[in-house]
Design a protein around this ligand. Sequence first.
Ligand SMILES: Nc1ncnc2c1ncn2[C@@H]1O[C@H](COP(=O)(O)OP(=O)(O)OP(=O)(O)O)[C@@H](O)[C@H]1O
Ligand SMILES: [Mg+2]
Length: 508
Amino acid sequence: MNDDIILDIQNVTKRFPGVTALKNVSIQVKRGEIHGLCGENGAGKSTLMKILSGVYPYGTYEGTVIYNGEELKLEGSSIHQAAELGIATVYQELTLVPLMTVGENVYLGKEPIHRKSIDWNFVYANTKEILSRYRLDVDPRATVKDLGVGKMQMVEIAKALSEDAKVLILDEPTSALTEAEIDKLMEILEILKSHEVTCIYITHKLAEFFRTTDTVTVLRDGETVVTKPTNELTEELLVSYMVGREMTERFPTGDRKPGEVIFEVQGLRATDPNNSSREVLKGVSFDLRKGEILGIAGLMGAGRTELVTTIFGEYGKITDGSIVLEGEELKIKNSRDAIEYGISLVPEDRKGQGLVLIQSILNNVSLPNLNQFAHFGRLDKDAELRASMQQASDLAIKAPNLQVLVSALSGGNQQKVVIAKWLMSDPKILIMDDPTRGVDVGAKYEIYKLMNKLAEQGVSIIMISSELEEVLGMSDRVMVMHEGRSNGTLTIADATQEKIMALATGIG
Ligand SMILES: Nc1ncnc2c1ncn2[C@@H]1O[C@H](COP(=O)(O)OP(=O)(O)OP(=O)(O)O)[C@@H](O)[C@H]1O
Ligand SMILES: [Mg+2]
């Protein structure tokens, strides 16, 4: 036995009906290292982690996993068994119960019992201790729903670490975090390392591998392509291992010629629908041309999502200002009105708002768009299927067929389904709220190509993005928000990261 190896994954194969998610995967994870796991959407990353955490127990896969010198044989009956053995997992999706406190969540399902009742003093004292050990700035008695996504992620980590973890698996922990929160997470990883916790780290943000990891393994189509020390890798190399070819450009070049202004927002102000004294939009003005891609940049909390959900009739209560499409002032009361006018929104929270997980891909993509396929009161099923298949293949959705339930898709592929659904609605104005979050580099490129194609066909696109590179790579103009206001619009020729940041922080 090699003492340096804490996890020795040997020839693991995992089959689902119609898909072999992992094919003979072998990876050795060294004790105390941060081991990155990299691969396209559907490459098998989450599946492998679910084997290590017991979601797919011993006997449901082929091959061997040696953990700490012994074969790992997790039973299906206990979800805590892996944690008790020291393998802790923070899943791709948040798993906290929103109405419970931080402490209750951390001890959920393993509540300490003292004299026949739950020992709450112990729960809160220990939660506090764990939080402070990793310097997590969260109140153990706060209710989870009142925390931001960043803090929730920290609670997930605290929950995972509440048992003495030897291995911590983080599956895309940063996809919803702000830059500052990501910095914080990187600090936590360093602290964990000093406590000799081994980490397996999954992300689609390639730069993060170079910030944190010691070693990276690349998976492609369920197979291990390579395991290498991070210092022998570059982003270009990683990409070529991931997609199996070189990708020389990150953004496709478009041939766009934006036309006349077709959409105009003037002095828009709105309040929180649940609290009319809280103003969320404090004066937003911008215009959008036909066939243009307008990027909206801003820091977390600047009001970007509030702006687009208000335009879409889903959120804010408008108190002032106007929204004009093709010369007509719109009165949008709900999202149905917006869709009627030709406005579509790919939402930020795709799981919550965009998808019905227990339905097939076909139903998710086509149901909201069925009127397109109705002829003389009958549904043209062939046309529905053809159009949906076209969208699925344009976006390279990875699934054996369109009858597959969305819940069986990998995280990134679920996102593509939402995008496909809104593309099918054939909008005049397509609003995309962080469209490539959690999407791999290859699929990002496909989404960018589609955006270009739509814009060339005359669709006007509003794209919110937290990645400045993406804003600069895709937009014709960039509108920057600061504290609920539009703080300036830059043409792409004039825009730089510095200028955008200056406007976003209110200096510019
Ligand atoms: N429960 C399931 N039933 C059927 N197929 C599944 C199931 N879970 C995953 N798959 C399939 O297995 C493959 C690997 O999925 P997995 O979730 O491991 O990918 P991933 O690498 O984590 O991708 P992402 O980056 O999008 O999260 C995909 O083709 C997926 O559709
Ligand atoms: Mg995944």
